[in-house]
Design a protein around this ligand. Structure first.
Ligand code: SIN
Ligand code: CO
Length: 385
């Protein structure tokens, strides 16, 4: 438990847990975020240990609309089984060290969503989800490196984390776990219920359960440049490419091996057309960043109100909350909800901004809004009160 080369500092909270112990969010952003790890003892109420038990985790892992993995060590080799994982499934035989990991538990467990919302100051465009893991004593996913920021919040039991600063790690197997060969830890910490370890991208880490334990990982999205580029080409294809127009064929003008000038020019014109305008860029980036993960499924309200009743409820100051799976972002007067962009009537904007920032808003103006009703029917927003 001694800080060595990593320069990690331990923060201890006073009686009311403050996420970063004695330091402010501002100081966290300045001194730690994307720079160096931070261990906070008692960052959260130890009751966090109770927000999910193994039975509920198994139940979530058995669903097709939930992303889950079962990791175990078999004869010295790490194995990963992707969900849905039947409730009864657990590694048998000599493989006794296993971990069950479930992504997006905040979509199903309100207390996990409340945990995620503690990190809202870091931007909803970056926040991913809460992954919960359950490990048997000795279990873990092995020493590995992640390409994103993560807050590791200890739930039930104790876990020993060993960490190493970013370096050219030699990987056992690049996929899917990014396991590190010959991992040499520089520091180690034992976390108990409510303790939290922040790790910037690229830090090697190895968490081993000392007793049956749950860990909540609050992860952040970090779009990769190649993925963003490929998604943009798909977006262009869907929105702007004249894919039915045939290029001028031209002719060889006596040199059959030469590319005809008219054909080269026509191809150049098509590529020219692909250059995004500033408006395209804004729209694509907003739609891309607000796209939920592929597993996510939205459900229409069970007994949906008809549009006039919906409008009456809003007029009576009903409040609207985002479904926990929804991502609502905005920039430059454009609104991006779950991968689609919308212009919004001016009168709605203050409430929409509150909805995007705090995930709930009341006091909607008395404008009939087809936009809100569409979102309600799609299951993107919930009406209450
Ligand atoms: C775990 O909860 O077992 C793994 C979390 C992580 O390393 O990101
Ligand atoms: Co990790």
């Amino acid at each position: 438990m001694k800080p060595i080369r990593t320069g990690i500092r331990t923060r201890r909270t006073a009686r009311t847990p403050a996420l970063f112990g004695g330091i402010s969010q501002r100081a966290f952003l300045r001194d730690y975020w994307r720079k160096r790890p931070l261990l906070v003892r008692g960052a959260l109420d130890p009751a966090i240990a109770k927000i999910i038990d193994l039975a509920s985790l198994r139940q979530l892992a058995s669903r097709a609309d939930v992303e889950s993995r079962l990791v175990d060590v078999h004869r010295g080799r790490w194995r990963v089984k992707h969900g849905p994982i039947p409730r009864s499934s657990r590694p048998a035989g000599p493989a006794r060290l296993w971990t069950l990991l479930v992504n997006g538990v905040n979509h199903h467990i309100p207390a996990a969503q409340q945990l995620l919302e503690r990190f809202a100051f870091l931007s909803w465009a970056r926040i991913d989800d809460v992954m919960a893991s359950y490990a048997v004593p000795g279990g873990g996913v092995g020493p590995h490196v992640d390409s994103y920021d993560v807050f590791l919040v200890q739930g039930r039991g104790r876990r020993r984390w060993r960490i190493a600063s970013p370096q050219e790690f030699e990987l056992v197997d690049p996929a899917p776990l990014l396991l590190i060969k010959n991992f040499r830890a520089e520091d180690e910490y034992i976390l108990g219920p409510g303790d939290m370890l922040y790790l910037p991208p690229g830090w090697g880490h190895d968490g081993v359960a000392l007793e049956p334990c749950t860990t909540f990982s609050v992860g952040f999205r970090a779009p990769r440049a190649d993925e963003l580029g490929a998604a943009f080409l798909d977006w262009l294809h869907e929105h702007r490419l004249p894919d039915t127009v045939q290029l001028a064929t031209g002719n060889s003008a006596g040199a059959p091996g030469e590319i005809p000038a008219s054909l080269a020019q026509a191809a150049g014109l098509v590529l020219e057309h692909m250059r995004p305008s500033a408006a395209d860029e804004r729209r694509f980036v907003g739609e891309y960043l607000s796209t939920p993960k592929p597993h996510v499924v939205f459900h229409a309200p069970r007994r949906a109100l008809a549009e006039p009743a919906f409008a009456r409820a809003l007029a009576r100051r009903a409040s609207i909350a985002l479904d926990p799976k929804s991502i609502l972002l905005h920039r430059g007067g454009m609104w991006f909800m779950n991968g689609e962009s919308f212009p919004a009537p001016l009168a709605l904007r203050p409430c929409l901004k509150a909805l995007a920032d705090t995930r709930r808003a009341a006091g909607w103006p008395a404008v009939s809004s087809a936009l809100l009703y569409d979102w309600y029917l799609a299951g993107f927003i919930l009406l209450s009160g």
